[in-house]
Design a protein around this ligand. Structure first.
Ligand code: HEM
Length: 464
């Protein structure tokens, strides 16, 4: 009996052990990728790579990437190599290399290598995830939605939501109650994006449990399982598509599709026209004959605005308010500017009035310097690329990681980087820094398309 058990165990355990050993050897070999190049490397730890165990550490992944940036910089390196799990990533430090990657040689790095699944999750194939010609076509069509003139059209909407935000804060002040600012800026951003992109009034400022708020929170709630799935889909996109893994949970996509259905049908039947993104999205689709495709395309872009614009804007607002609370002199200086400009404009917070608030811009810029909403950006090299001034050739398929946080906290460009100092952004001080050392919206053809919209949304609300 005992020998039978032993032989069964041996039949299972030996092949299993050999299997594990083989997998270990194969994957461990991937950690030698950068050894083939003359480049500094942040040593990996099996199986997590250079960033360490994501479940057992005090610093998040982007902080570890910034640490790698710092260590390469300290040892006077222009760049270095890191590993995220088993994937080698190129990490540039020299701003000239970064500028070439983002702007001059953009054609080598136009893809973001983000995961989408057209078949099982059509809304996931959008401007952020698409690559190559698909991305170029989408960007070409969507760019006219983000011009200053379009922005001016939605300014009255921004003003309505801003007034509600101010009233809410006033209520807390009158009741002498502490306010959960993160929740309030979340509601404000939700209301603005939903009314601009879907033409729907959700007023989560008054009703914080609206479906939009609920689904919005779910979109940005990353459980360990979701993080694991995201890592898997990024590392093995083909297999993930084959397995039918999706980006957006089905109930979230269904919810957005239903809203788009309703708004589209209402506007078509009543021939109703509004000054919002939804209207522009409908116009973009006017030559599409298949109604389902038309609605799916609109829902894709509306959900994209929500996912790309929500967390970035609301967290920036929260952190600006936090810094103004910690730095009373800066708060006072800002208050004086706002009051004097408003006085000139008869108390009306117009687009023109906002344009005159220079100190407000500096406060926003410094907030995004200290706390970039996207601390890293990933690009994929789509053809072999020689890095200027070096012998290194980045091979096709290798990913590039720009540490925006590392650059923004680099004492060479920003002395005492932990100090919140809007004066870093006077015209004269800005002109002293080399290009590509301030990248909250990235740079080049694939920068943030919402740049001009976001700066106004944030400004209106700091104003309160
Ligand atoms: C504080 C607010 C914001 C910040 C800091 C920010 C930052 C960024 C950054 C850094 C990127 C480049 C990402 C990368 O390449 O890895 C990006 C892309 C993008 N952003 Fe923003 N963003 C903000 C607000 C918005 C808003 C309000 C919208 C739209 C309503 C928006 C829409 C987009 C889109 C669609 C892209 C992808 C562009 C493309 O691939 O062509 N963003 N954003």
């Amino acid at each position: 009996m005992e020998s039978l058990l032993l032989s069964v165990l041996m039949t299972i355990l030996v092949p299993l052990g050999i299997g594990i050993l083989l997998v270990y050897i194969i994957f461990k070999r991937r950690y030698t990728y950068w050894d083939n190049f003359d480049i500094a490397v942040k040593r990996p730890q099996f199986p997590y790579g250079s960033l360490g165990n994501p479940f057992n550490k005090t610093a998040s992944g982007h902080v570890t990437v910034a640490d790698a940036y710092n260590s390469f910089k300290r040892s006077n390196q222009k760049h270095g190599g890191i590993y995220v799990y088993f994937t080698p990533l190129y990490l540039p430090v020299d701003p000239v290399i970064i500028k070439n990657i983002l702007i001059k040689d953009f054609n080598y790095f136009s893809d973001r290598a983000a995961y989408y699944n057209k078949k099982h999750d059509p809304l996931s194939f959008n401007l952020v995830t698409a690559g190559g010609q698909d991305w170029k076509d989408m960007r070409y069509k969507l760019t006219p939605l983000f011009t200053i003139s379009k922005l001016k059209l939605i300014c009255p909407l921004l003003q309505i939501h801003n007034e509600r935000f101010v009233k809410k804060i006033d209520d807390y002040v009158r009741r002498m109650e502490p306010a959960e600012i993160n929740d309030l800026t979340g509601c404000l951003t939700t209301d603005i994006i939903v009314s601009c992109s879907l033409g729907v009034e959700c007023n989560s400022m008054e009703h914080p449990n609206t479906d939009f708020r609920k689904f919005g929170k779910r979109l940005f709630h990353f459980t360990p399982f979701r993080l694991l799935k995201a890592t898997f889909t990024r590392g093995f996109p083909k297999l993930a598509r084959y397995l039918g893994l999706v980006v957006f949970p089905k109930d979230v996509s269904d919810f957005f599709m239903n809203i788009v259905d309703e708004v589209f049908d209402y506007r078509t039947k009543n021939n109703a026209k509004y000054n919002d993104f939804f209207q522009s999205l409908m116009e973009l689709q006017k030559n599409e004959t298949n109604e389902r495709v038309k609605k799916t395309n609109i829902a894709t872009q509306a959900l994209l605005l929500f996912t790309a614009g929500f967390e970035t804007t609301s967290s920036t607002l929260t952190l600006a308010i936090y810094e103004l609370g910690c730095n009373l002199e800066i708060q006072e200086k800002l208050r004086k500017e706002v009051s004097s400009v408003l006085e000139k404009h008869n108390g009306k917070l117009s687009y023109e009035a906002l344009m005159e608030m220079e100190y407000l811009d500096r406060v926003t810029d410094e907030t995004l310097r200290k706390y970039p909403s996207l601390p890293i950006s990933i690009r994929k090299c789509i053809q072999d690329y020689r890095v200027e001034g070096t012998n290194l050739v980045i091979q096709k398929g290798v990913k590039v990681c720009i540490s925006i946080l590392g650059i923004h906290r680099d004492p060479e460009y920003y002395p005492d980087p932990e100090v919140f100092d809007p004066e870093r952004f006077t015209e004269i001080n800005k002109s002293k820094r080399p290009p590509c050392t301030y990248l909250p919206f990235l740079d080049g053809p694939r920068n943030c398309i919402g740049y001009c919209l976001q700066s106004r949304v944030s400004s209106e609300s700091h104003e309160s």
